[in-house]
Design a protein around this ligand. Structure first.
Ligand code: BDR
Ligand code: CA
Length: 331
């Protein structure tokens, strides 16, 4: 008998690594994607929406895409926050332009449009309030509109089993000395979501900096000589160059595919090798703006609200991702 599929909603700011996460989810028969909501993040929401639609067309899939918020809840009201925002773009030593996330993914323009007459906040409320069975949420961008939907209708969480987010960092950060990008863009939204009372599993940068693709993987994808393989190879190459130039990690020539770790974790939780159940609060404002502050005191009595994923089996991640994406060869 076929195992029951887990129904998921994806929230994305596509985004090169979001694209690979969407593809991995589409290619996993264990999962059924109910809808994909887009948000302002790696690029403005017009781009992240169009990019999401492009990925779906590459994968020959027709799943509702629902456009979400164009700005964070309040973060842009503070000019200092805006000043600290990192750029996606740089120039490497060879004078070549590099970027973590191009405005448009290098795919044909989408022929489909996002779902008309709604937005992600309303869609979330309608979908979750009327769900016949429980859903899982995989949130790989800033948490703006899930926070707004929850504020508008707190009962939406009654039909949610688990929320899996790419968010935050314990020892690792990227946007500022204190914060990870998705939290940095909308710290207040993150704070709301972390206390919504549902089981939250958080892929921190500590785990996603081990969720890497390398040049050898890029070659595998390129050897397929098909549109999916070419696209994945191109995105990995762009990320390798961007990380080498703007954010060298613990070793050169690695490209973290942060968001895909959320999906691979759903398929096989052992891909993550260190998880701690902790209290996590978000610092909103000040010098540590956007920090996910984990309380590691064993004697604390504040309610623990996240399962923080802090390390990854790097080999397993890479093997799984290549295998899952290879299922696209027939497309
Ligand atoms: C996160 O920020 C974005 O740039 C990526 O898509 C990922 O979700 C990593 O900090
Ligand atoms: Ca993302």
């Amino acid at each position: 008998m076929e195992a029951k599929k887990r129904k998921i909603i994806l929230d994305v700011d596509t985004g090169s690594d979001d694209a690979l996460a969407i593809m991995a989810a589409l290619l996993s028969p264990e999962l059924e994607i109910v809808g994909i909501c887009t948000v302002n993040g790696n690029r403005p929401v017009e781009f992240t929406t169009e990019n999401t639609l492009r990925v779906l067309e590459l994968m020959k899939q027709d799943i509702p895409v629902i456009r979400g918020c164009a700005t964070p809840i309040v973060a842009t009201l503070d000019p200092l926050r805006k000043m600290r925002q990192r750029s996606n773009d740089g120039v490497n030593a060879e004078g070549e332009k590099v970027t973590y996330h191009a405005e448009y993914l290098p795919l044909p323009p989408a022929t489909k449009k996002p779902l008309p007459g709604t937005n992600a906040v309303c869609w979330y409320i309608d979908t979750l309030m009327n769900a016949k069975e429980n859903l899982n949420l995989v949130l790989t961008g800033p948490l703006t509109y899930f926070a707004l939907a929850y504020r508008a209708e707190p009962d939406i969480v009654k039909n949610v089993d688990e929320i899996i987010i790419m968010s935050g960092g314990h020892d690792q950060r990227n946007s500022t000395a204190a914060s990870e990008y998705n939290v940095f863009i909308d710290p207040e939204a993150t704070a709301v979501v972390l206390d919504c009372g549902v089981k939250i599993t958080m892929m921190t940068l500590d785990s996603t900096h081990k969720a890497n693709m390398r040049p050898k993987h890029m070659e595998i994808f390129r050897s397929w000589k098909n549109p999916v393989g070419d696209f994945v190879a191109e995105e990995i190459e762009a990320r390798l160059k961007a990380y080498n130039t703007m954010q060298p990690l613990h070793e050169p020539d690695i490209a973290p595919i942060h968001d895909a770790l959320c999906i691979l974790y759903m398929l096989d939780p052992t891909v993550v090798t260190k998880i701690r159940h902790l209290r996590c609060d978000v610092v909103c404002g000040g010098i540590a703006d956007g920090q996910t502050l984990f309380d590691t005191r064993h004697f604390n009595d504040a309610p623990r609200n996240v399962y923080a994923c802090l390390d990854t089996d790097e080999e397993k991640f890479a093997t799984m991702l290549v295998e899952i994406l290879s299922r696209s060869k027939g497309l």
